[in-house]
Design a protein around this ligand. Structure first.
Ligand code: NCD
Length: 329
């Protein structure tokens, strides 16, 4: 019988799993990645993109099972991990309605993890508490992938965000990246700003006063020698921006609804506003959007947020193949 490599014409060597980079590893924070790691991840993601366009679904992870455990709402992250696993020939245990699982009976996260790893080879976890994935990883013998831990991090999103920048603009070097919206609670911003600090970028942060990026993240990025500036108005920096990363105000994280109401409509990207921006630049958004980018802008070639979702599939396919030892160095 042909091996999986021959079956799918995939170029990823399958040899000795123990030497595969990331084999058996957790993915908990972008802090774990070097630039070299990123090059490797994106090479594999490119292969995945080609394979999907050529043959759609193939058997690289045949027989492997993913437990997709979501304690918070999700459309894109959850379904792209499911699609990624199934396109690689694997299967998925979906647990996205934790109220129908034993969690609603009061089961602890470690016990739920211990259970799922009896049945699955890899666990994807989204949880409302910072550090939940790290806790799960401590108890799990199988790889745990952080799909968002409260206001902490969202490392797989940051990887797909960076992949989008590279695919759309060809480089991440010498770019001005402007992060807009809820920088305090937005975990995608926490991960992406850290990840971008591996490159020679300028970071501009635009937010209402009460939603500024946490100081500890600014300090961390400062240590890498990255230029960072904070603003409350987009106006002055839009013309120099290469990547405008727009985020939703994270309503569910606010203790006081009046605070949310005071900032929820702080910024709206419209075709008129975008006349101030470069012709060659991109607008990204992790989605869902709730009004911060006008639908009138969707047909603009600079609107990259729908393409960004598709790149997510390839990056998550790459990550699953890597942690399960099917993509070798
Ligand atoms: C983001 C998240 O869950 O942090 N969504 C996503 O994963 N694409 C952003 C958000 O919810 O605003």
């Amino acid at each position: 019988m042909a091996n999986k490599q021959q079956q799918g014409n995939i170029h990823l060597p399958l040899g000795d799993q123990r030497t595969a980079r990331f084999y058996g590893n957790d993915i908990l924070s972008v802090k774990q990645f070097s630039k070299e790691d990123l090059v490797y991840i994106f090479e594999v993601a490119h292969e995945m993109r080609e394979m999907v366009s050529r043959i759609g679904t193939f058997d690289l992870l045949k027989g492997k099972i993913l437990a997709n455990l979501f304690y918070e709402p999700s459309t894109r992250t959850s379904s792209s991990f499911t699609s990624a696993m199934e396109r690689l020939g694997g299967s998925v245990i979906p647990i996205n309605e934790v109220r129908y699982s034993s969690v609603s009976k009061g089961e602890s996260l470690p016990d739920t993890i211990r259970t799922l790893e009896c049945y699955a080879d890899v666990i994807v976890l989204r949880h409302p508490e910072v550090g939940a994935s790290a806790l799960a990883a401590k108890y799990a013998r199988k790889p745990v992938l952080n799909a968002g831990d409260g206001v902490g991090e969202h490392p797989t999103q940051a990887l797909l965000d960076l992949f989008t920048i590279l695919a759309e603009l060809g480089t991440a070097e010498n770019l001005t990246v402007t992060m807009l919206g809820d920088l305090k609670y937005g975990r995608t911003v926490h991960s992406l700003s850290r990840l971008l600090s591996l490159f020679n970028v300028t970071l501009r942060y635009v937010s209402p006063e009460i939603l500024r990026l946490p100081q500890e993240i600014i300090d961390e990025i400062n240590q890498k020698g990255i230029i960072q500036t904070e603003h409350t108005s987009l106006h002055e920096i839009l013309p120099e921006t290469d990547v405008l990363y727009v985020t939703r105000v994270q309503k569910e994280r606010f203790e006081n609804p009046a605070d949310y109401d005071s900032v929820k409509d702080a910024y709206v990207i419209t075709p008129e506003i975008m006349q101030q921006a470069k012709e060659k630049m991109i607008v990204m958004h992790p989605l869902p959007r709730v009004g911060e980018i006008s639908m009138d802008f969707d047909d603009d070639p600079r609107a990259a947020y729908f393409r960004q979702m598709e790149y997510g599939l390839y990056v998550r396919m790459a990550l699953l193949a890597m942690v399960l030892g099917k993509a070798k160095k």
